[in-house]
Every structure is written in structure tokens, then in C-alpha cells.
Design a binder for this molecule. Structure first.
Ligand code: FES
Length: 177
């Protein structure tokens, strides 16, 4: 049989305090979960798409025909607190008078910055020994696909790169499958 004994004022106030704290922690937890979830859900639904943008990387005369030069520009999707990491770069080659190719510096294996070795005519990745030919295709090592390329144009005497977010790992899998 259930026994009901009257609560003292002290016990009643303790119960009220506990119930208030429980409700407060549930409310704060829900708010925190929403703060974390909303940007992720927006990203997954494709609502947060960094825009593509043509960015100047130098004047035409700075790039000799045949040379492969590293150029830097702001990352297409910088976060407000990114600091120096908001800067990224590409390897730009002037193929002819008005033709350029630009390769992402990110290795297609795990994203380490690749280096151009003019004497070997190859791109090398220092992390796991990935090697790419001058046209960006894989020569050896673990990279699963060719280097990503950026569209390039010449506008008013300036070389411009169409910056856009590079595919993430899952999209990479789709492309290579
Ligand atoms: S990150 Fe380049 S080979 Fe692994």
C-alpha cells in the first residue's frame, strides 16, 4: 500500500528546484542541438552553396608560355574565422599565347598540397608519394583520380580562375566509380 506522508515546505521547495533544473537543462540541450544541427542540415540539403566566382590571379604578362606557376586566391567557401587558411592556391600553366590550365594543389588522395617539379615535369605529393603527370593524370601512388582543374580565362589583361568548392570524398567516390 502506498503511503502518502505530507511534504515539508523544505522538501516541496527541493522538488520544485529539481523540476525547474530538469526543464532548464532539457531546454538548453535542445537549443544547443538546434544550433549544431541547423547548419549541417542546411549543408546536407544543399542550401548552403558557396558561389562560384572568377578571381584574378595576376596579369597576363607575368606568366611565360610553358611555365607552371603557383597562384593563390581566397578559398571559395571561407569561414569567418578561417584566417590564413581562407587562402588556397592552384598550379597555373600558360600553354600558349591565350591558353591556360589550372590544377588544384590538393592531392586527390587525402588533400595534401602537391608540388610541381619542373626538372621531372611531374607533380609530386609529399604525403604518401603520389605522382601526377604534367597533364594532371595519375602517374603512380595512391591517388584515385586525376588532379581537379579550374576553368581559366583572360579578361582585360588579367588571368582569372573560376573558383568553386572541390568535390568532397563522397562525391569523389561517385566520380571514380
Ligand atoms: S595525400 Fe597525396 S598521396 Fe596521399
Amino acid at each position: 500500500m502506498e503511503s502518502h506522508h505530507p511534504q515539508t515546505p523544505c522538501e516541496a521547495s527541493e522538488l520544485n528546484r529539481r523540476s525547474f533544473l530538469n526543464r532548464l537543462s532539457i531546454t538548453l540541450g535542445s537549443i544547443a542541438a538546434a544550433i549544431v544541427a541547423i547548419p549541417s542540415v542546411g549543408f546536407l540539403l544543399g542550401l548552403r552553396r558557396p558561389t562560384k566566382e572568377w578571381r584574378s590571379v595576376g596579369v597576363l604578362n607575368n606568366f611565360p608560355i610553358g611555365a607552371t606557376t603557383q597562384v593563390s586566391f581566397p578559398d571559395p567557401s571561407p569561414l569567418p574565422w578561417a584566417g590564413v587558411t581562407a587562402q588556397t592556391s592552384a598550379w597555373l600553366r600558360r600553354v600558349s599565347e591565350d591558353e591556360f590550365v589550372a590544377f588544384s594543389v590538393d592531392c586527390t588522395h587525402l588533400g595534401c598540397p602537391i608540388r610541381w617539379l619542373p626538372s621531372a615535369n611531374l607533380f609530386m605529393c609529399p604525403c604518401h608519394g603520389g605522382v601526377f603527370y604534367a597533364d594532371g593524370t595519375v602517374a603512380s601512388g595512391p591517388p584515385p583520380r586525376s588532379l581537379f582543374r579550374y576553368p581559366v580565362r583572360v579578361q582585360d589583361g588579367e588571368v582569372q580562375i573560376l573558383t568553386s568548392p572541390l568535390p568532397i570524398a563522397t562525391e569523389l567516390g561517385k566520380e571514380t566509380s
